[in-house]
Ligand binder design. Structure first.
Ligand SMILES: [Ca+2]
Length: 603
């Protein structure tokens, strides 16, 4: 059941009215949005610049993505952030990541500030139908949730990574659902269906794929080609290369390519390819040492290899096919560029750092301004000019003659060194300075006025005593080893409006541990529930891994248990899950709590 409609505000203008008025004005039903190109953004996760055959990687064959380059334009010096969430924030806002409040990738630090206006909100205001299928990674609870940031239709997961890619637990517009098959195929199917259903309207589809990010899972159809295959091209430091990991990553990229092919064929079949802008890029450098054109660094580094992404844009008849430029650009330029290409205004008040690349793409850039492009993450700032890169340790590299960043030339180019160093200091002071220091203490929001649902995962919770997190990285983890009644699991929370909330906990509990009694409390308000139904599923994930996982938790088939209805008064305090009785070895294993507001009450 799609419960989206009751959870979201209605659009200001019903669709039929919008279409009717538009057609009345244009007098042309068949080309009702000819001046409004559709937009599809394909964003891959941890795919390096080198992970494509079009870039000379003979280990791999990616004909469909390569076709985007031959039918569109390649920006071959396109920069993103060294990790996931910051790049997404830059794409959505046109602003350097530190300005957006995104500090890191988990425990709420991935949340984008609420005064930011997303590209989706702008396109939605211009009459577009918007959708995202995949990994959001910029906040889970409304108003940080994608549905609250301009996305009409959302299907995927909001965390930074997932523990299993085959029919996993996902969400659809805030409600927990089970995926269908391999996630990338599933996300693409959803996108193709959305495009089919919305082909008569202008649409904006965002496809943030979650591969080749670990866990390294990919169906046999793609894996078998690589399983026992030599890789002729190896990492720059090939002794550091984990071959099973590289093989899996390349197989995952070939699976992405197959899905891109299906997506492009959908546009051809619907005869809307000419009116659809397709962009392809990645969110950071490769997630391992593998061939990447001799560049220095991988994911996490602000060196060239950590931040240079593949980038292709196709708009048949508008952007010349087969074009390529080395002009530096990056994720902060996407929002201004797409707004310019679609003739849409920014509805936000905050100034963008990026510039519109439209003149470059249309071959109209007679004198492109000299600019610097800056990459920053966690105290490390690197500055790129068209020719040089100033590394975060202060080395200056001539990227034209030394693309591998091997020789520091700051003594040979003292003026350039001084200019780039000054730019770095200015950036650190003015831009990085906008990011609050210390740990992120923003509470997790519950019960936004426009959205009835709130998911509170173990990722965002704090546990005491003997309770353990199931994996090193919080993203898809759960809490286990709850052996003491003294211990609790709690969320630093902020209830937006008072109401009665139906609460469910997604749990496991072995037969011998039944009878444990849970208590969920918000100040004086509390509900209790005895666990009487066992759910003791096996671990899932490792059996599908093509190379050994490191930080992701294995998952289990958690099921919901109704805890009852709890009254939550407006305000900030911890939402606490405790155990009044633990008659067996331990209480439940806890994956998440779902809250659905069933009625509002006066404050
Ligand atoms: Ca990533």
């Amino acid at each position: 059941m799609n419960t989206m409609s009751k959870n979201r505000l209605p659009k200001k203008w019903p669709l039929m009215w919008r279409l009717f008025l538009f057609c009345l004005l244009t007098g042309n039903i068949a080309s009702a949005h000819a001046d409004k190109p559709n937009v599809i953004i394909i964003l891959t996760d941890d795919q390096g610049w080198g992970d494509l055959s079009v870039h000379g990687n003979t280990n791999i064959s990616t004909p469909n993505i390569d076709r985007l380059a031959s039918q569109g334009m390649a920006l071959d010096r396109f920069y993103v952030c060294p990790i996931c969430s910051p790049t997404r924030a830059e794409f959505m806002t046109g602003r350097y990541n530190p300005r957006t409040g995104v500090k890191s990738a988990s425990r709420g630090e991935e949340r984008m500030d609420l005064d930011e206006t997303t590209i989706f909100e702008d396109f939605k205001a211009a009459g577009y139908d918007t959708a995202a299928f995949g990994k959001w990674h910029n906040g889970m609870q409304p108003p940080y949730h994608p549905n609250a940031r301009g996305i009409d239709e959302y299907y995927g997961f909001c965390s930074g990574h997932w523990g299993h890619y085959y029919s996993p637990m996902l969400e659809h517009n805030g409600q927990i659902v089970t995926g269908e098959g391999f996630v990338i195929d599933d996300f693409t199917n959803r996108a193709m269906n959305f495009i089919q259903e919305h082909k008569e309207e202008p649409f904006f589809v965002y496809l943030p794929y979650c591969t080749p990010h670990s866990p390294m899972q990919v169906p046999g159809r793609w894996w078998n080609k690589f399983a026992n295959h030599d890789l002729p091209l190896r990492a720059r430091k090939d002794q550091q290369e984990n071959l099973p990991h590289s093989r899996a990553a390349l197989a995952m990229c070939e699976n992405i390519d197959w899905n891109v092919g299906r997506l492009l064929k959908t546009l051809d079949d619907l005869e809307i390819a000419n009116n659809t802008i397709v962009i392809y890029f990645s969110d950071n450098g490769p997630n391992g040492y593998r061939w990447n054109g001799d560049m220095k660094g991988k994911k996490g580094a602000v060196d060239e290899g950590g931040v240079r992404s593949p980038f292709f844009i196709r708009w048949p008849g508008k952007i010349k096919a087969g074009g390529k430029t080395d002009t530096i650009a990056g994720s902060i330029d996407l929002k201004p560029t797409l707004l310019a290409l679609a003739g849409i205004s920014d509805t936000g008040a905050l100034p963008m750092d990026g510039v519109s690349l439209k003149p470059l793409l249309f071959g109209e850039a007679e004198s492109w301004p000299v600019r610097l492009y800056i990459n920053h993450f966690k105290g490390k700032t690197s500055v790129r000019s068209q020719r040089f890169r100033l590394g975060f340790k202060g080395g200056l590299y001539d990227m034209r003659n030394d693309p591998g960043q091997r020789v520091d030339v700051k003594e040979k180019f003292p003026e350039i060194y001084a200019e780039l160093t000054a730019a770095r200091e200015k950036f650190d002071k003015e831009v990085v300075g906008e990011l609050p220091e210390g740990i992120d203490e923003r509470p997790f929001t519950i019960g936004h006025p426009d959205f009835a649902f709130t998911q509170l995962p173990a990722r965002d919770a704090i546990a005491t005593g003997d309770i353990q997190r199931s994996g090193r990285a919080p993203n898809c983890s759960y809490y286990t080893n709850w052996v003491s009644k003294e211990d609790t699991i709690s969320w630093n929370a902020d209830v937006q409006i008072a109401g009665d909330y139906q609460a469910q906990v997604y749990y496991t509990c072995a037969e011998e541990n039944l009878g444990t009694v849970l208590k969920l409390s918000w100040g004086e308000s509390a509900i209790t529930k005895e666990v009487t139904v066992a759910n003791d599923p096996p671990f899932v994930g490792a059996e599908s891994d093509r190379s050994t996982r490191k930080s992701e938790s294995l998952v289990k088939d958690f099921v919901p248990l109704d805890l009852g209805v709890i009254r939550l008064e407006k305000g900030k305090r911890p939402l606490v899950l405790s155990a009044l009785k633990i008659p067996g070895q331990q209480s439940i294993e806890m994956r998440l709590i779902m809250l659905n507001r069933i009625s509002k009450v006066k404050d």
